[in-house]
Design a protein around this ligand. Structure first.
Ligand code: FAD
Length: 331
């Protein structure tokens, strides 16, 4: 029996705002590398996937210029161009890509209900959540001024562009310690800007940072702003803010890396879907399965460790294969 996209334009008696309920086999939420890759695989497996793009069609990579580390592009490619290619490839196999935001979910029954834009319900046999994670920024004006011109929230993505240069990393946790150590292998000098007088990072990571010659920890420093003509050339900091010893400090840097955490975009699902304390969706190791049967997660929303386009795409592929196998076992 096929239940592909049967559209019942009917009012939901439980919610007067709901205008229609549509049944689909595979609903994909999010249009980054994970969502579009899931769409390519699901479409080729004849699951007739419907993709809701969210506000940021194409995901995080649409906010960057050059992507140099995605395999298959020997000369690099811009983020927006790459994501347009992902979209075209998914559409070639019939993925139904629509603009809309998942605003509510009900995963209590065997059919998974997802409300779109507060006014339409999709009843899906399988759901793939690929809503990504958003990097946290300090909130200073110059961060947006220099976005893509010296400010980055991903050392693995952008560190290479600062080979032999001086950079700063902001943060005191494991991610900051890891990013600083990674950059120390590429850059001439790395300042680690730490707000407190201790690091929150694990003992092992702390030791690594403190024993790396070209990392200088700036304890009890906070960033006020960044400066530079055509990109970041330095940062103005404040030391021991609010104390009698408060002092202004300037450092010369070419790159400014934020490493103060990410917010996984999982809030709308967390009534039903298990997450870790930060909000990353928990999946069964080695799979994309969540705690709800028939609901899968892929990409940054379930990945506190790698958060790369290629890992997101890989897990999108896994989610589509898991969804297809789940459906074929139901038959
Ligand atoms: C500036 C920048 C540069 C980067 N450079 C690189 C690089 O060079 N190489 C690399 O490998 N990685 C890079 N990354 C990281 C890479 O972009 C991410 O790892 C990757 O995009 C994650 O893919 P994703 O599909 O999981 O999520 P995302 O790309 O974050 O996509 C999430 C999608 O979910 C949608 N969404 C969110 N909430 C909802 C909702 N409620 N309903 C519907 N849709 C929703 C959004 O609109 C978006 O389409 C960079 C990241 C940034 C920010």
């Amino acid at each position: 029996m096929e239940i592909f996209k049967t559209v019942n334009v009917q009012k939901d008696p439980q919610n007067t705002n709901i205008e229609s309920i549509e049944k689909v086999r595979c609903l994909i939420i999010g249009s980054g590398p994970a969502g579009y890759t899931a769409a390519i695989y699901a479409a080729r497996a004849n699951l007739k996937p419907v993709v809701y793009t969210g506000l940021q069609m194409g995901g995080q990579l649409t906010t960057t210029t050059e992507v140099d580390n995605y395999p298959g592009y020997p000369d690099g490619i811009t983020g927006p161009e790459m994501m347009e290619n992902f979209k075209k490839q998914a559409e070639r196999f019939g993925a139904d890509i629509r603009f809309g935001i998942a605003t509510d979910v009900d995963f209590s029954g065997s059919k998974h209900r997802v409300t779109i834009d507060n006014n339409k319900v999709i009843e899906a046999d399988t759901v793939i959540i690929s809503t990504g994670a958003t990097a946290k920024y300090l909130g200073i004006e110059s961060e947006s001024k220099y976005a893509g011109m010296g400010v980055s929230a991903c050392a693995t993505c952008d560190g290479f562009f600062y080979k032999g240069k001086d950079v700063a990393v902001v943060g005191g946790g494991d991610t900051a310690a890891e990013e600083a150590t990674y950059l120390a292998g590429l850059c001439r000098k790395v300042y680690l800007i730490v707000r407190r007088d201790v690091l929150r990072a694990s003992k092992a990571m702390q030791e690594k940072v403190l024993n790396t010659d070209n990392i200088e920890v700036l304890w009890e420093h906070q960033t006020i702003d960044l400066f530079g003509e055509n990109g970041v050339e330095g940062a103005n900091l404040i030391k021991k803010k609010g104390s009698p010893d408060e002092e202004k400090v300037s450092i010369k840097i070419d790159g400014f890396f934020l490493a103060i955490g990410h917010i996984p975009n999982s809030e709308v699902f967390n009534k039903f879907i298990e997450t870790d304390p930060v909000g990353y969706i928990k999946t069964i190791p080695g799979s994309s399965k969540t705690n709800i049967v028939g609901v899968f997660a892929a990409g940054d929303v379930q990945d506190p460790h790698y958060r790369q386009a290629v890992t997101a795409a890989g897990s999108g592929c896994m989610a589509a294969i898991d969804a297809e196998r789940y459906l074929s076992e139901l038959k």
